[in-house]
Design a protein around this ligand. Sequence first.
Ligand SMILES: Nc1ncnc2c1ncn2[C@@H]1O[C@H](COP(=O)(O)OP(=O)(O)OP(=O)(O)O)[C@@H](O)[C@H]1O
Ligand SMILES: [Zn+2]
Length: 947
Amino acid sequence: MNANPEAKQAEELMKSVFQHDSFRSELQKQATETVLKGQVDVFISMPTGAGKSLCYQLPSIARDGVSIVISPLIALIQDQVEHLDILHIPVETLNSKLTPKERQRVLQDLNSSKPRTKLLYITPEQAATPTFQALADTLQSRHLLSYLIVDEAHCVSQWGHDFRPDYLKLGRLRKKIPMVPCIALTATATPHVVDDIISSLKLRHPVAKFKSSCFRPNLFYDVKFMDIIEDPYLNLKEFALRALHVTAGENIKDVDWNEKGCGIIYCRKREACTEVASRLVSKGIPAKAYHAGLGLGVRSNVQSDWMEGRVPVIAATVSFGMGVDKANVRFVVHWNVPKSMAGYYQESGRAGRDGQQSYCRLYYTKQERDTIAFLIKKDCMRGRSKKNGKIEHNKSSMESFERLVKMVEEPQCRHSAIAKYFGDSPPNCDRSCDYCRNPIAVEQEWEQVQRGICANSNPKRHLGRTAIAAADNDEPDMELYGGGKKGAKLEWGTTDNDDDEGKAREREERELDREKKHRHSMIMSEFKKRRGSKDITGDIWEPPSDSCPLRDAASQRVARLTVKTREHCLQLLEDAFKANFRCHHCGDLDKMAAIDYEPRACAIDEEHAAFKTSKQSTLYKAAVMRKVNEIKNLTNSHRLHSALVPKFASLLTPASQLLKGNRQCQDECQGQSECQGQDECQSSGETNHQGENSGAVTPVEDSSGQECGRGLPNMGVSPVSDGVKTENGSTVPRLFYSSTLTDYGADKADISLVLLPRPPAPKIKYFFECDTSDADKVKDQSPGSDTKQDSVITSGTKRTFPDSGDSQPENSTKRRKLGENVASQEKLTTKAGDSGHRSTAQPDNSNRSRVVNSHDPRLNSGATKHTDAELKQAADFVIRYLMPHYKEGRFVSKDLFKSTARLLSHKLRAGGFPPGSLKQNAKNLVKKLFHVHKKVTSETEVKAILG
Ligand SMILES: Nc1ncnc2c1ncn2[C@@H]1O[C@H](COP(=O)(O)OP(=O)(O)OP(=O)(O)O)[C@@H](O)[C@H]1O
Ligand SMILES: [Zn+2]
């Protein structure tokens, strides 16, 4: 009666063995039945999560004999084996990770007259071994081979994004067993890839093709431009919460993540994984990093935390996710630009496997685009030197990346762009992407980015698509079969996925280094050619724009040095400072009002210092490069640059607290011969032995409360314990001090002091020094008061400390004296050399003079009172709205920015504004200021506006 026995059998097995109620789609049903019939070779292309595995697993258990399944990664194979084990389906694998005993057991079964094994998973490398070839022969001769199944079949094509040279060898295997039905499966196949699969695997015609549209209507795609987002981490956090349906009223700690779902954030580099995860954690979202550098144990813990819903967000390199079958991934973020459209589709497709609404966001920057373009180009160039190669794979990498770039840079429906890439007709997106939802907004954002690019950068530095095109025209002679994108260096099938990723990453790092060197040598040769009239970029000196952030921007005192070059150098410094800054404070950066401002401010200072002290352009560049390298070295050795230290002064716990909690530290300090300043500082009461450029000079006390002046930085103490208990019971973070002042670069006055992580800090106090009247007001309250707080000011930075326990009046006096000294410097207008105690007088660093005084009377509890909650709140808003203007260079100096922030905040606190929120009033006030002035050049201007 049943016209289609395969259909019946398939349905029964689907229910009884696989425990599904029905086929997921008509396509899945038909494909499964066709495979089950076993009359033709089959090609199946369905999106991730569509249920491709069932199409071959079910027929494999239905037929007598063994099916050989080729899968690219051992990790993937293990997932499948585990899954089938649970379903009690006899499955085995042969790979390099098996013990000889296990291997023997598997082979024994397969060589038996009636093997128990139904599915045998192997890697393509394994398929090429003599052992396997012999096994295939014997199974074939005994008619025990059911199917040859090639999973992730796009790996066979050099047009695929994951080309695997060893997949090509499968053609030979196929030739050996021509009558065994071959099933090829993939989630991502362009028409070109489909052709390659069919021909390389020698599929018999007519091939039965089952290809569903790559359109996933439950995925909402959008693109965000990192450069125009004020706080990308905040943006990420908000996106994640929305995607996970966490409402404002919900306490994140109580959320059941198994119910809400989870998310993946893909990052290109390991550091980014760590940073993203810690940023999210600092914003209250449980997140963990996952990458090859973590070690197997950690990785597997992270993965199971995520899989089991203990941690909803994982920030991972692309090695994560292949074969991870989690249904309720509510979002996938690409924090960095993906390398190909195909990869992007595959990775983002890990969202919403359960068919529920999910979100895919791509954060895009032109800088990342250029880096990826460079890496792809390099891949091509490397292939050039190899013989017998073909260029298709590289062309495909370029094309795939170009298509991705095009999708973003020529705003269009994201789903359509993907569909077009895979040769599908445009789907009915129905507002399932940002473009279809609001095309005007998307176009405007892109225009905004473009304007930014045009205004701020030298087009010559943009490798982007130009770079790709150049490589394309060059037609490099690539070796693909022996060493395509991943094939040459990575032993696929013998390593696990993460190792591959790790190696690939190292290669990328090396490439980036080479890129930098290459750029540098190009710049230098250009410079040589143009010496005389033009600068390194080949441009004639042009006056600075209004928004130029450089100090003395219009000065032409250094011959052949242009504004553009200076801006470029400033950028290099800023990037280096940012990396240094982030390296230590990634967890809590967002809490700092100074987040964006400080690295830039330091960069402006350093650039200007180089400018002022150099007579020639080459010397200037050398000075900048020295500084950049110095900062990078510090970053690499996990130390914070001294220029940034004062920015965190409010976070520093008095050394006394640390010393109390750390005997080792005390001992070393006391026994430290280099602590020459100890006696001197005790008698003079001054701590700033380092001079103006010393960066932070923290008053250091030994256990008896005596100041040790510069002693601590010289203590030679390396990382001390991971947290020291303070008197109030809280844990003070780890502290690093550089052993000598000179151990990390040319600037002898640097002191590196790093604190990780930080105790909660009042963020806005950086910008507040009390004016004299305030100081007077509080003076009466502070000295001798039995307050449990010491306050420290650091050149415009005020902070409160737990009591150091110092009760010696002599020391208090000394410190007060120092406080007066500080007070005179607090104006921040002091010129280098003004202060007698400065040992060096390098120009123009006066505003970075860092003097820390724990007993400045102005800074005691009264002062703290002065910076009351209301003022702090006002200041928070002021800084928020002022910061973008500062970043655009609309203040002539950092000091003016600070004083403006202070004035505005006091004004706000004083009230007298039309009804409205504090936030709105702050916004209006800032607006008003810049409505009148394009650039703020003096405090008087600000006061005039404030009335
Ligand atoms: N008919 C079905 N009904 C319910 N669930 C199904 C059905 N078919 C497959 N699934 C489930 O869907 C999930 C995805 O299936 P599968 O792993 O086969 O997808 P895939 O297409 O191979 O994805 P990928 O390309 O990521 O490997 C699995 O958890 C599987 O158990
Ligand atoms: Zn759309």
